[in-house]
Design a protein around this ligand. Structure first.
Ligand code: BGC
Length: 502
């Protein structure tokens, strides 16, 4: 009997030892995997670093590329497209104007009744619809007919409180947020698509003629009088309210900037200068490239797997369409190589764009001590249950790294433009375009969902701009101009009509 008891005790002890060994080895494996994930994170953070010295190189490169793009067609990856807008709205525009806005996942139609200097925007209304994904890769006819159809039904619902002035037609400003080589204020050919659009037969077409044809077929008596990139629209929208606005930046699904340039500096346009002596330039800065950009292998794989590899390198590091996917790719690598989320890689994490920028914004805003929101997002998006705090911290830091890099690069881009126009504090007062005599300020109008809704991104961007500008930052105001790009095209259509009447 004694022997039996002793035998059982030995077996139990051995089992306990084995269980302990399994636990210890499991813990060691988890610890070593976590260590692996941490060192991967550190490596990624180093590759993404944007110390101020590096940002200054980006600032200089932006200013140099701007010059090059203005001198000759194809002189830089920055297209620096003349917009033919040589006069921005002044606030005294009157009448009823429409705008249609195509540029991201949604299409918008908008009408605005303008009352002149005193009453400004008397009333505005808009309607937004999601663009059916198949139209983003279909034919030009289908896409423009869809816009014409939505516009026609919106116009049909115009109420009595919207009134065109006597003898005035219903003019439309067309915001088209893709690279277009304009040939006039109201015509231009599409150079290439971005942001996941690929309507191949539209490339090289005059997009105004294409839309105007579809509108005519559907009946309403309307004409497109202004073709406007959203960055140009944001500049017009900002200037309508504030005459110190010189630059507009879009940080949304895509990214871009427009600014007021001295016509003489645009040497590729020859020597016919507009009366105002100025012209708005659509930079198409999403395609900016410099060897100083902190690009990582993750960015390279992302780029290779997009619809436009080799294009829009800056956009793919800073805009809303891509930030979430950069994070996803880093997390996927950590899941595959360091089992960050356990032995299995969450299937959905293999899907491109399954993590959106709104998700990383939510993660990044989590201030709770146990990073509860981070856990919730991982559960809701990828079905990952019961993450440890250590894992949630790693996920948080990946978001922080990607957003901080994007925001600081965007700030360097803005300071590059300020440098080009002599407003970064490093020039004597008589270089560049004149500063408004009373305020002495330069205002940068910001538009786009990324800037508007991602508060940590916004804060990082503002801080980096202040860091780069030093003392000069007191004369530079970077402010949200909500929906400037939407209404901007209508305001430009109004300003064109006003100048026609003069
Ligand atoms: C387009 C620009 C546009 C920007 C913001 C970019 O992808 O190339 O034309 O202004 O997105 O919408």
């Amino acid at each position: 009997m004694g022997k039996v008891v002793a035998g059982v005790a030995i077996v139990c002890a051995a089992a306990a030892c084995a269980a302990a060994a399994v636990t210890v080895s499991y813990r060691m494996r988890v610890r070593s995997q976590r260590h692996h994930a941490r060192s991967f994170l550190l490596e990624f953070q180093e590759a993404c670093a944007t110390p101020v010295a590096r940002l200054r190189q980006v600032v200089d490169a932006m200013a140099v590329e701007m010059h090059a793009g203005l001198v000759s067609e194809g002189g830089s990856r920055l297209k620096m497209l003349p917009s033919y807008v040589d006069q921005l709205p002044e606030g005294d525009e009157k009448g009823l104007y429409y705008a249609v806005d195509l540029g991201g996942t949604n299409f918008r139609a908008l009408r605005v009744q303008l009352g002149g200097k005193e009453s400004r925007v008397i009333k505005q209304e808009y309607e937004e619809v999601a663009i059916p994904p198949e139209l983003m890769i279909g034919t030009s006819e289908e896409l423009f007919d869809f816009i014409a159809k939505e516009l026609t039904s919106f116009v049909a619902r115009e109420g009595d409180d919207f009134q065109p002035s006597a003898g005035q037609s219903r003019d439309i400003g067309f915001t088209f947020s893709f690279p277009v080589q304009q040939t006039a204020l109201n015509s231009g050919t599409l150079l290439n698509w971005t942001k996941g659009f690929k309507v191949v037969d539209a490339i090289g077409q005059d997009v105004v003629a294409a839309l105007q044809r579809c509108i005519q077929k559907r009946g309403p008596e309307m004409r497109i009088t202004a073709l406007v990139n959203d960055a140009v629209g944001a500049l017009a929208g900002g200037r309508y309210w504030n005459e110190d606005v010189m630059i507009a930046v879009i940080l949304g699904t895509g990214t871009n900037a427009a600014y007021v340039e001295r016509a003489q500096a645009i040497s590729k346009c020859g020597s016919t200068f507009p009366k105002s002596g100025e012209m708005v330039i659509n930079m198409e800065w999403g395609n900016f490239w410099s060897s100083h950009l902190p690009r990582t292998p993750v960015d390279e794989t992302l780029d290779n797997e997009t619809m436009n590899p080799g294009e829009q390198g800056f956009e793919k590091m800073i805009s809303g369409m891509y930030l979430g996917d950069v994070v996803r790719r880093v997390l996927l690598k950590m899941a595959q190589e360091a089992a960050l989320f356990g032995p299995n890689v969450p299937r959905k994490m293999l899907e491109a764009f399954s993590l959106g920028t709104p998700d990383i914004s939510k993660i990044h805003a989590d201030e709770s001590s146990d990073l509860k929101v981070v856990g919730n997002v991982l559960r809701d998006v990828y079905g990952i249950q019961n993450t440890s705090l250590a894992v949630r911290k790693i996920v948080y830091e990946v978001c922080d790294t990607v957003a901080e890099r994007g925001a600081r690069l965007a700030a360097a881009g803005i300071v590059g433009i300020l440098k080009k126009i002599g407003r970064d504090g490093t020039h004597s007062k008589d270089v560049g375009s004149p500063v408004h005599p009373e305020s002495g300020k330069t205002v940068v109008a910001m538009d786009g969902g990324l800037y508007e809704r991602y508060s940590k991104f916004r804060a990082y961007m503002q801080a980096a701009a202040a860091e780069l500008l030093g003392d000069a930052s007191k004369d530079v105001v970077i402010e949200l101009s909500k929906d400037g790009s939407g209404i901007g095209a209508a305001l430009l259509a109004a300003s064109i009509a006003k100048n026609r009447r003069k």
